[in-house]
Design a protein around this ligand. Sequence first.
Ligand code: 4NP
Length: 166
Amino acid sequence: MNGEKMQKPQTRVLFVCLGNICRSPAAEAIFRQTVEHHGASGRFVIDSAGTAGYHVGEQPDRRMRVHARERGINLVHSCRRVKVDDFDNFDLIIGMDASNLRNLRALAPSVEAARKVRGMAEFFSPGARYDHVPDPYYEGAEGFELVLDLLDDACENLYSAIGEGI
Ligand code: 4NP
């Protein structure tokens, strides 16, 4: 050893929803803020993607951007579809609801790759009233606020879980 500190390996986290314009870009931005808050930005690669391709190339949904902005969170992302290579490029692939998880597991190229797929609800605090992050696309303002509340809670717990080796 030459006195340099051993660097912990980076953890690469991909958040996935259906459209990649509401829930997963919000999760990406909130988790980025979480790791920054803990002074751990250099230890993470964070991205998001959608299982569907309806909005590829678009920025996040305006409503999601407005609600996030009110909490001091800036959503900057270009919508993309999840791809098989993501299973090589990420350590954790976190789906927002049961449909996302089904689609991700169907796309996984191996049993080992499928083990990278986790549900965001696994990281909700005990007593949470939801078992998934509900799709806000056809909802009003309260749907977007609910998504942000659930993601705030889950991102902090996800950060701790990664620190404990998940
Ligand atoms: P997201 O929400 O999966 O949270 O990005 C949706 C965005 C778009 C559509 C559905 C859900 N869509 O049907 O276009």
